[in-house]
Design a protein around this ligand. Sequence first.
Ligand SMILES: Cc1ncc(COP(=O)(O)O)c(C=O)c1O
Length: 437
Amino acid sequence: MSGRSILIKTEIPGPKSREIAARKERYVPSALDPLAPFYIAEGKGALVRDVDGNQFIDFTGGWGCLVVGHTPERVVKAIRDQAGKFTHTDFTAIPYEPFVALAERLAGLAPGPSPKQVAFFNSGAEAIENAVKISRRYTRRSGVVVFEHAFHGRTLLTMTMTHKAKPYKSGFGPFASDIYRLPLPNPYRNNMGIEDFERAFLALVDPEQVAAVVIEPLQGEGGFIVPQDGFLEYLREFTTEHGILFVADEIQCGFGRTGKFFAIEHVGVEPDLIAVAKSIAVGLPLSAVIGKKEIFDRLPGSSIGGTYVGNPIACRAGIEVLNLIEEDRLLDRAVAIGKTIRNRFLDMQKKYPLVGDVRGLGAMLGMELVKDRLTKAPAKAECAAIVQECLQNGLIVPSAGIYGNVIRLLVALVITDDQLGEGLDVLDAAIRKVSKG
Ligand SMILES: Cc1ncc(COP(=O)(O)O)c(C=O)c1O
């Protein structure tokens, strides 16, 4: 091991964590089911310490909320400062400058020449709900096209838009209407060409009745699937031709993780609306829809919003997150980290037949695990065993995918080279152990 960040002093979970877990069992629904068996006491950068004094490397980054890591100093300072001034007014009651300042910054970062505006919300799902509302109002159409393997949230509309039935949808119907799902041309799992996609679209729904196509430029929960080359550019042309809005869900893939601020920038496409959340404010409840001004201009007063949207503490945190990304050159860091991870993943693919595919962009990289490289049968149990083995050895690493057979990394971009190397060593050893059975 190159670094020495991991420090395991007790069995995992330790006695203090076990005591809290027993209380959790009694008072918190079992459906809220944490990955880590231990309880956190504090986090710094890419490291977390539990209540028993064990130290772990965190590859989950709070499910992708922490591109700037746990508790970055200047963000914490801004949060403290704002909490001492005012915590809430509701921007539509008494407005405040940090709301405008963060909107200004995000509008300036959005790709493409059209003037942009920004509306804030609380969660990723709420941003997607509003992107659909806004699209429907603008186009006066109702249809929404989404993709296989997509994840857009857990509210009624976004749960309908999400693909994976279990656990997200099963038993929770009836679902929202006018949602149409199409396969995503996926280089590893299907040979769908762009012509096949267009035929499937035209057979499924009349494009003139579609308000929006909502797509993750790099799918997150679905298993870090990068669409086939040229697909996003084609989709932009197709949607423009038919008066459909192109909505990019950048909730997981945005905020610099892929080496560009927005993942869609890798293909030079200007979406009509972009949904962001997660890393926008170190996990404080804040999300946004960034979009073309002419689209927002069609909305009547008070038709979007919410009591808590654009909370002042979250906006102050969001401004400092952007400052950190810029000043610490975290986009470049995402590229550098990405190279290291990709090389290590490719090396694991060479050593372990279990690793079927290595894919992603920048630091947003995953490995799809298969029982057999020819049949590509998903190695779900093996993936779960690897995650557990890592946890016992000081690394928290998330999985993803319809079959739960993709190891994905959502590391803080402030992770040090030693911490990254140490975490990847633990992962490598876990795959070796599980491969041997
Ligand atoms: C791509 C994507 N969209 C939407 C969501 C929903 O966000 P939230 O959990 O904040 O509602 C997520 C959450 O993981 C996501 O990854």
